[in-house]
Design a protein around this ligand. Sequence first.
Ligand code: FAD
Length: 406
Amino acid sequence: MARCIVIGAGLAGLVAADALARDGVEVEVLEARDRVGGRVWSARMDGGGLVERAGEFITAGYEATEALADRLGLALDGMGIRYPDRALRPDPGIDRAAALAAAHAVERAAAAEPDAPALELLDREVPDPAIRELLASRAQSSSSYPVEGLTGGHIADIAHLLDDVETRRVRGGNQGLAAGLAVGLGDAVRLGTPVRGVRRTAGRVEVEADDGRHVADACVVAVPLPILGRIDFDPGLPEAHRAAIAAIPFGRAAKLALPLTAAVAPDAVMSVPERFWAYVTPCDEVGGSVVGSWAAAEPVLARLAAREGPDRWIRAVGELWPELPLDPGARPRLTRWIDAEWTGGSYSVIGAMPDGRDRHPVGDAIDGIAFAGEHTAPAPWTATIEGAIRSGERAAADARALLGAV
Ligand SMILES: Cc1cc2nc3c(=O)[nH]c(=O)nc-3n(C[C@H](O)[C@H](O)[C@H](O)COP(=O)(O)OP(=O)(O)OC[C@H]3O[C@@H](n4cnc5c(N)ncnc54)[C@H](O)[C@@H]3O)c2cc1C
């Protein structure tokens, strides 16, 4: 029986492992953390409120996510908000149709000049300063990277940040997707097993983990991009892969969840000058009201002092949305995706693919190794839950081809 090791039990790795196992391949999944899910991580506040500590919003076009939830018997609940719809404070009085028209103009310019600085394209295409500031703020927030470092390729689908599809999430928590896959894989998933090295020799792959050496016919490496650069590959990864790992930026973000003393109607409010936002969504059957807040990119995280703790950010949420009944006695939950040990930040910042390819070459299989993970997803799905799932499906096909060659 062919044997494949999958490194990383995030959605990408688990989807790949599940697909291979269903094909009759013997799989073993090695995961550094003591939980599955990676960047989908659901938790409950003291009052029972459901919190997504990372990947949360399931929006338009998430077909692979819908199919996976369906197969695992998980429901997707509407969140009562549209990811793009946020009350702006202070309100610059922007007309939605004008903002959408501006976003489409930016998209056309970005397609023509993918390497031009994003700010230059915004300056040129968007005469209204309030709309320009909104688009800059949204581009920075969603990419979790300073807008000054983004290019046309990164904002080539900026209009989707203004679409009007209701956002959903998995009932009981998005991590249920990962947990459901892990149940099917049973003992094949080994938690608390960081991988340090991958050696390819004589048609075999030897994986060096903290609990010893694991041997297989092929492996799927499904770790985040910064971690890929920290694994010791022998022989080393091809130059093209190494150059991509060094060149692709990786964002930084944090999430704050605060319990409320009373239920509040679903809504979302964004500070355009401060470039962070907060949202309230109905909790599930367990109840408990929570406000979530998102801050991304280094300058915003610094202004909110997210590295130091939640205090300044809590004050900022109170000032942004004074009507919220914040519970001063309740424990906040701050999750930092700044230098998380097994992630190295938030997600990849890829944008337009080189040479008009469908996906970045950093995900191309090499002898004995297939690659999965959001950074290897097809455009425009990098940095998303949907992209992680699609990348896992594709990596399973790559691994099958490698195993067929054993
Ligand atoms: C704060 C935040 C908010 C987000 N919001 C959204 C959103 O609203 N909507 C959306 O669609 N997407 C969102 N995303 C993106 C989405 O969560 C990710 O794209 C997706 O979950 C990545 O899955 P993955 O399997 O590629 O990587 P991961 O989930 O990171 O999985 C990689 C796994 O590899 C493990 N690992 C790392 N190193 C090793 C090692 N050496 N040995 C063994 N195991 C290792 C890790 O512990 C992890 O479990 C968000 C991400 C973050 C961080």
